[in-house]
Every structure is written in structure tokens, then in C-alpha cells.
Ligand binder design. Structure first.
Ligand code: SAJ
Length: 406
């Protein structure tokens, strides 16, 4: 069996490496020549613990090679990005391009799997593109399925082997064929359904989390108005056997939870009022935090040094993508050019270029910022911030969005 994995990013490359490491002759396909070259040298173009070893082994064993051209294969796995456009819609051009690169290679009987997180109906669209490109083939000749990825970055090499997988076939035959392929390396349960249910299941998981975080974020605003500590409130309420509230924060970041719910809203706008409101609630939280910082600056006669503690999108990582904390830093630096801002992020070496160029922003060690800032804003609950003591905070005015400096 030959498998081609189209798209060698965070999901495609680990998938290709693991398949090859389990003895399947695998071809990795990417439009970027530098990615192709790096994979063929056995090198990983991004950081993911444990991937390098597996990739190197697979390439040295001759089981994995990368190319710009989609080769012929028995199965194709499409793992390309589905970016989010400014008008809150999914951009499917990479999926269409992948389908067009696969179509000429089909001889009949192949399996085509879509792994990219996609709006409902995308797998059917992929099938339609394949058949439009190949009018000589009929729908029974190509087995198309959706198998969404649900691995957590940082733990991909473990979760890809062990997580349960949802496999949605356009036909039952396609689902069964896809199950065969995943069985070759996945020890989790392989759950068969149709393509549309699989698409919606992935979006539902992330929307569930988003709606629940929005509930916590809304509670934090209510508490602020009523002068109640939201973390104490949630801790107490969670003692109820059927209540389990998540934690409020400065907003929701990352490239999954803050995006995927919009794909549901796009597909069923009238019906998804709660999901949309949750997105809006979470998206509004950074602005609310900014308002509190601006009030504190005003209370300090407009002349305060502000320490922002944490910039990443969640604790104990170095990933700044779609980070609400980073957004707060950017907006504050923009709107208050004369306010000195100490950006504290122990997990990064340097600020993004646009911020580094700002005269009023300095990447500062935790200790220095604690002793200098008049206003200390805790944005990310990194472990290293949890040990900060009341004495270290001294007379600093504290705005704690995560409830660890209360
Ligand atoms: N957050 C809160 N309060 C909480 C929990 C999280 O404010 O109580 C915030 C975090 O600070 C962060 C954001 O939510 O800004 C998202 O973080 P996360 O850890 O909830 O999730 P991600 O984005 O790292 O990964 C999610 C996972 N999905 C679910 O847990 C349902 C992961 O399994 C998926 O594979 C991934 O999305 C994806 O690629 O879709």
C-alpha cells in the first residue's frame, strides 16, 4: 500500500511520519520546496516533541519521502490549512487545490481522506471537485471520508497513536476503508459515521469548550459589577455534583477554539445564536481588560509604568498565535504611546518585530517588572507566575485576569 499525505504541517507531517514508521510506504506532499527538502533530510521544520526521532527513522528506512508533486497512491490524506477569512468564513482554496492535485492520479478504487478541520459539507465538496476533474470516474470509483484531527499540540506524537478517532465516510464503504488505514497505527477506538456528522463533531467539541469558557467570562463581568470574587464563586459553585464551570481569563486564543465555532455559525446562522454569542463574549474580553488597565492608568494621573505578565495564548507554552494577551499589549502600546509597558514573557527570547520596534515596550524579566511596575496585569497563568508573593507585589496595583494573584 502506498499513502500520500498532502500538506506537511502540524498534522500532516506527524501523520506521514507515524504511518511510515508503522511500515506503510508514505509520500509527503507540500507546495513549499524548503519543507520538502527539510523532510527529505529527516529534519522537522517546526517544534513538536518526539517528531524528529520518528521522522528521521522513517526517512532513513526509506519508508518516507517528500515531494512537490502528488504521486499516485492507494490512499490520499489531505491535511492542508483551512484559514479563517476576515468575514468569518472558512477559506477552502487549499482543500480545492489539494483535490485538484489528487484527481489526475486516480485510477478508480482509491481512498481520499480529508483531515483538515472544515465546515459541514466540505467533504462532499471535495468529492465533487474530484469528480468534476475526472468526469470519466463515477462516485463509486472514489472512496471519500472525513477524519478530523483532535490532537493537542505539544502532545501530538502521543495523542495521534492513542486518541479515539471519528471516521465519517461519504459512503459506508469509504468509512470502512479509512478505518483499515488508521488501524495500522492508531490504538484508540475508531468510530464510524457519515462525513457530515464527523465534520460537525469536530466543530462541536471546540464550540462546547468555547461556550463554557464564555459562561465563565460572563460570570467574571457580573462579579466585577457586584463586587464578588469570581474565582471564589466558581470554586464554591463547582462543589455541586453536577456543576463544572471553567475558568475566566483575558479572552480565548489559539487557532482552533477561537475559530471553529464560526464554521458552525457560517453553516447555520439563524440556529446558532448561543454559539455566536459565546464567540462574541470571549472576543470582547480583551477590550474589557484594556478598559480596566486604562482606568488604572487614569487613577495614577496618567503617568504609570504598566507590567503585562504573560503573552502566550495559554499557560506554559511559547505560542503567541491569536493570543488575547498579545492583543492587549499591542492595543495598549498603540493607544498609550507615552506609557512605559514592561512585557513579561519568560517563554520567548524576543518580542515580535512590530512590538520590538515600539519605543514604549520592553521585554522585561519577571523580577524587574515586579519591582518597577505601578500597575501589574496578570494575563497568563504560567507556573512561574504562581510563586510570586504578596511581598514581591508590594504596592503594585494588581489586575489579575486569571485569579492567581488574588
Ligand atoms: N481557556 C480559558 N479558560 C479555561 C480553559 C481555556 O480561558 O478554563 C482559554 C485558554 O487560555 C486558551 C483557549 O482557551 O486561550 C484555548 O485553549 P485550550 O487549552 O482549551 O485548547 P487548544 O486551543 O490548545 O486545543 C483545542 C483542544 N480541543 C478541546 O479541548 C475540545 C484540542 O483537543 C484540539 O485538537 C484543538 O483545540 C484543535 O486543534 O482543534
Amino acid at each position: 500500500k502506498r499513502v500520500a499525505v498532502v500538506g506537511l504541517g502540524y498534522i500532516g507531517l506527524p501523520t506521514a511520519a507515524i504511518l511510515a514508521d508503522h511500515g506503510v510506504r508514505t509520500f509527503g506532499v507540500d507546495v513549499s520546496q524548503s519543507v520538502v527538502n527539510s523532510v527529505n533530510r529527516g529534519e522537522v521544520p517546526f517544534v513538536e516533541p518526539g517528531l524528529r526521532e520518528v521522522l528521521k527513522r522513517a526517512v532513513e528506512a526509506g519508508k518516507l519521502s517528500a515531494t512537490n508533486e502528488t504521486p499516485s497512491a492507494d490512499a490520499f490524506i489531505v491535511a492542508v490549512p483551512t484559514p479563517f477569512t476576515k468575514n468569518r468564513k472558512a477559506d477552502l482554496t487549499y482543500i480545492d487545490a489539494a483535490a485538484k492535485s489528487v484527481a489526475p492520479k486516480l485510477q478508480g478504487g482509491e481512498l481520499v481522506i480529508l483531515e483538515s478541520t472544515s465546515p459541514p459539507g466540505t467533504t462532499e465538496r471535495l468529492r465533487d471537485v474530484l469528480l468534476a476533474e475526472r468526469p470519466d470516474l463515477s462516485a463509486e470509483d472514489v472512496h471519500v471520508a472525513h477524519c478530523p484531527e483532535r490532537v493537542l499540540p505539544g502532545k501530538i506524537m502521543h495523542e495521534m497513536l492513542t486518541n479515539d478517532r471519528i471516521i465519517g465516510g461519504i459512503s459506508p464503504k469509504a468509512a470502512v476503508a479509512a478505518r483499515e488505514l488508521y488501524r495500522s497505527f492508531c490504538s484508540g477506538e475508531l468510530l464510524l459515521t457519515n462525513a457530515r456528522t464527523a465534520e460537525l463533531a469536530k466543530l462541536t467539541e471546540n464550540s462546547f469548550r468555547d461556550v463554557n469558557i464564555a459562561f465563565a467570562n460572563e460570570l467574571s463581568l457580573i462579579c466585577d459589577k457586584l463586587e464578588v470574587d469570581p474565582w471564589e464563586l466558581i470554586e464554591l459553585a463547582n462543589h455541586h455534583p453536577r456543576v463544572n464551570i471553567l475558568q475566566p481569563g483575558p479572552g480565548v486564543g489559539g487557532h482552533c477554539i477561537a475559530v471553529d465555532p464560526w464554521f458552525i455559525v457560517e453553516a447555520a446562522p439563524e440556529e446558532s445564536r448561543l454559539i455566536r454569542t459565546a464567540r462574541e463574549t470571549n472576543d470582547a474580553k480583551p477590550e474589557w481588560v484594556l478598559g480596566r488597565i486604562e482606568q488604572a492608568i487614569e487613577d495614577h494621573d496618567g503617568d504609570a509604568t504598566v507590567g503585562l505578565f504573560g503573552l502566550t495564548f495559554k499557560p506554559n507554552i511559547d505560542d503567541l498565535r491569536e493570543s488575547p494577551a498579545l492583543h492587549i499589549l499591542e492595543s495598549l502600546a498603540q493607544r498609550h504611546p507615552t506609557t512605559q509597558i514592561l512585557a513579561v514573557e519568560p517563554h520567548i527570547e524576543a518580542l515580535p518585530a512590530a512590538l520590538a520596534a515600539k519605543r514604549n515596550v520592553t521585554l522585561t524579566p519577571t523580577e524587574d517588572a515586579l519591582s518597577t511596575a505601578h500597575i501589574g496585569v496578570l494575563l497568563v497563568d504560567h507556573d512561574v507566575f504562581k510563586t510570586v508573593t504578596r511581598t514581591q507585589l508590594g504596592g503594585t496595583k494588581v489586575i489579575d485576569t486569571r485569579g492567581i494573584w488574588q
